[in-house]
Design a protein around this ligand. Structure first.
Ligand SMILES: [Zn+2]
Length: 260
């Protein structure tokens, strides 16, 4: 009897996951259509989206934003990446820059849409206080140059709590609060979740689905493989502390984005 109950619970859970996976693709498109005022009659929405993912270090793109990037690329959105440092904490900046380009290629962002800033006032260092005005002017320039209408970055807790991640959020919020952003540009922040939800991967999926979020990006087996390859390409991340902080919530399965 006990075995049947367990079997029933597992099967029910798999059905639930399958239902969410099938629904999320439609939900993501509807949410983007609403955001960009695209007629619900139109089947495509991606061509209207020019997204900019703003990160602090090489490997942030695959550890935290992989599902979002993969899904947006699948929707034919133009996805750009602005990385605000070379990730030179261990004096491996040039290697990490190359790894970032390879990782982005795996995720579907061509090198021509990847910009890495190497500025002495933006060092890869959790103890360094990054200048809000410096970041916001770099982000704004990028938005203007590439006619960006969607900016995605960390939230106020930085997902992993890294001070450089949090600084980007403050700068982007600053841009929004001072009205410097183009009117058609929307901001999304990747939601930081607690440790339990971070590392329970697909077990967290139903909770994330039913909790409020502007949109969820859930990848299937193909996207999962893609995200894993992009992480593997970041060999430096594998060799250092970052591997300890692998975040299954954002890395491989799911990103929850909230509008700001
Ligand atoms: Zn980082």
């Amino acid at each position: 009897m006990y075995v049947y109950l367990v079997l029933f619970a597992v099967l029910s859970y798999l059905v639930c996951i399958k239902y969410i996976y099938n629904r999320q693709w439609h939900a993501l498109r509807s949410s983007l259509k609403r955001t960009f005022n695209v007629s619900s009659e139109r089947k495509t929405v991606g061509a209207d989206v020019r997204a900019l993912v703003v990160t602090a270090h090489p490997d942030d793109e695959c550890m935290f934003f992989a599902p979002t990037i993969i899904r947006l690329v699948e929707l034919n959105a133009s996805v750009h990446l602005l990385c605000l440092s070379e990730g030179n904490y261990y004096h491996q900046g040039s290697l990490r820059r190359e790894e970032l380009l390879r990782s982005c290629a795996v995720l579907g962002i061509p090198a021509s849409r990847v910009t890495v800033i190497n500025h002495e006032k933006l060092p890869d260092d959790p103890k360094a206080e990054w200048s809000v005005s410096l970041i916001s002017s770099a982000v704004l320039r990028h938005i203007t140059d590439h006619c960006i209408n969607m900016v995605l970055t960390f939230d106020g807790r930085g997902v992993s709590g890294h001070a450089n991640h949090v600084a980007i959020y403050k700068a982007v919020r600053h841009l929004a609060s001072t009205g410097e952003l183009p009117k058609d540009c929307v901001l999304f922040a990747l939601e930081t979740v607690g440790l339990l939800r971070k590392y329970t991967s697909v077990l967290d999926l139903p909770f994330s689905w039913f909790l409020p979020s502007h949109f969820h990006c859930v990848v299937g087996p193909k996207g999962y493989k893609q995200a894993k390859v992009s992480l593997r390409v970041n060999r430096f991340a594998h060799k250092t502390r970052h591997i300890v902080f692998l975040d299954s919530h954002t890395l491989l399965v799911l990103c929850d984005m909230n509008m700001h």
